[in-house]
Structure formats: C-alpha cells, structure tokens
Design a protein around this ligand. Structure first.
Ligand code: MG
Length: 298
C-alpha cells in the first residue's frame, strides 16, 4: 500500500483484522460461532462458489475486478464495487454469506462497511453493528428505508448469512403501481417481513429505470469485508413471496410447509391433490359444455 494511503487508513482507524476479538464484549457465546453455510439448491444461479469471480464485473462495466479470492476461498472487497453480469428482473431469493473484519478503532459507517444491493438499487447494509440498537443504516438495514426488526448480528470476524426474498416493484404505463417488497433473514432471524421499499434507489446505488431489472451489486466502502457462497433462485410470480405461500397454506392446505425460500411444499397432502383434481374436472366439464353449445349452434 502507498505510504500516504496507509497513513490515511490508520488516521481513519482503518486497521482491520480477522484475528482475535481482543477487548470486545461478547453478549452470548453463539455470537462467536459461524452461521452454517447453506449450499446452493438445484436450479440456483451460483454467483460465487469460492473459486471463480466470473459471474461479476466491475461496477463501471470495463475495469478489471480488484476483489481477490483468498486462499481459503473467500471473496474480499477491494478496488471498487462489483456487479453481476446477469441482470435480474423476476422475484428472487438471494443468499449471501459475509463477515466483517474487527476494527476496534473505527466506528459508525467506517467499521466493516459493505453492502448487498438488490437490482443494484436497494442496499441491505453490511456493517459491524454488533450489539447496537440498529438504525436503518446499520447492518441489516434497508439503507435509509427501514431498520431491522431486531439486531441479529454476530460478532465481527464471524460468518453470517442474508436470505433475501425480493419482489420487484410493479409499473404500469411508466407509473409505479406497487412498491417492491423485501423480506430478509439474517442468520435465520427475520429482520424484515414483507417490507415495502419506498425508494427507487438507495444511497450509492446504480439508479436507472426502476421498472427494469438490475444486477446484484456488492459494495466497496473501503473495508476488507469478505463474502463466500452467493446464489440466487429466480422465482415465478406465483411463488413470489413467502406471504403468498403462507396465505395458500392457511387457506386450506394445513399439511403443507413453507420452505426457507418461500415456496409452498405441499408434501403428499391428499386433500390438496383431490382439490386440484376437482378443479381440473370442473374446468374440463365447463369446456365440454361450451364446445357442445357451439356445435349445437352451427
Ligand atoms: Mg454499505
């Protein structure tokens, strides 16, 4: 590192390490245990698997990526924001594992800052907010939109996970008729539940037309935050959010379960199968009736 840059970093309290948490008050033992890694399910778009950064490009679309894969297979922030080459316009489930370094001399937004931007626009903040009364710019906050329902952060240096279910906003004739909706679990704890996204772009996002899809953006905020195991499951409109699945479950399929990704798993519920068969039969009878009437009318 250039000596001037190094001085600036030190002045800003920028020393960051993944070593011991000397001097940090640990609230409970589990806070120092990594959240288990969740493998990508079949059909997922794997964005980072510990090896290749091929799914990503620099935010500007032309410079090489400065982020490096560590010998352990972790993707470490460096040299500007990165975005996926693929743009996502459907509802999705996004899984991201991350950890923030220990920066005892830094504070606030200068401590382990990065971020996961859905469609390049909506930041789920990544920060060392361990033990804080979280605000909308703290870890898990939808930046400037909503603070997390609870602080579910682990200690710095410990692996954490976001499971993000996102439904894009709906536009008709260029007008937004429905806001985007986001549900976020941090380390398995729901920190946003069907939260409406009231902004078209959060701070430092890509902006652009919010009626169009966008990439996943990972933010470089000057701190060596690390990522591992990043994947997306694109969802159909019908399975768009856990809320829909939960409603369907409540509406008459008590034998079913809702998967972590928000899909309805009907199991082998005989009642549901019978109801679907009935519906198909009803529809066939209906169509046959219409056909008969048309033939008679000839
Ligand atoms: Mg950030």
């Amino acid at each position: 590192m250039h000596s001037f840059t190094l001085c600036l970093a030190l002045l800003a309290g920028g020393q960051a390490s993944y070593g011991p948490l000397d001097g940090l008050k640990i609230l409970k033992a589990a806070d120092t245990q990594d959240h288990p890694s969740t493998p990508a399910p079949a059909g997922a778009v794997v964005l980072f698997d510990g090896k290749s950064t091929e799914a990503f490009q620099h935010r500007d679309g032309k410079s090489p990526i400065g982020w490096k894969v560590t010998p352990e297979g972790f993707l470490e922030v460096k040299g500007g924001d990165i975005v996926t080459k693929e743009k996502f316009s459907t509802p999705m489930h996004l899984h991201v594992e991350f950890r923030v370094p220990y920066m005892p001399k830094a504070s606030g937004q200068g401590r382990g800052n990065s971020g996961v931007y859905v469609q390049g626009r909506y930041e789920v903040q990544v920060l060392d907010s361990y033990g804080l009364d979280s605000k909308d710019n703290d870890c898990g906050g939808i930046y400037g939109v909503a603070k997390p329902l609870v602080n579910a952060c682990k200690a710095p240096t410990v692996w954490q996970a976001y499971d993000i279910d996102f439904t894009p906003p709906v536009f008709e004739g260029g007008k937004k008729v429905k806001e985007g909706v986001i549900t976020v679990k941090q380390n398995g704890v729901t920190i946003h539940d069907q939260q409406k996204i009231t902004k078209d772009n959060t701070t430092a996002g890509l902006g652009g037309n919010p009626a169009e899809g966008g990439p996943i953006l990972l933010q470089d905020h000057g701190n060596p935050v690390q990522y591992r195991n990043i994947w997306v499951v694109k969802k159909t409109k019908a399975a768009a959010d856990g809320g829909n699945a939960r409603e369907e479950k409540l509406a008459g399929n008590p034998g079913s379960t809702v998967t972590p990704a928000g899909f309805l798993d009907r199991g082998n519920d005989e009642g549901m199968i019978r109801r679907v068969k009935d519906r198909i039969e009803d529809r066939s009878q209906n169509l046959l009736g219409k056909l008969r009437n048309r033939l008679r009318g000839r």
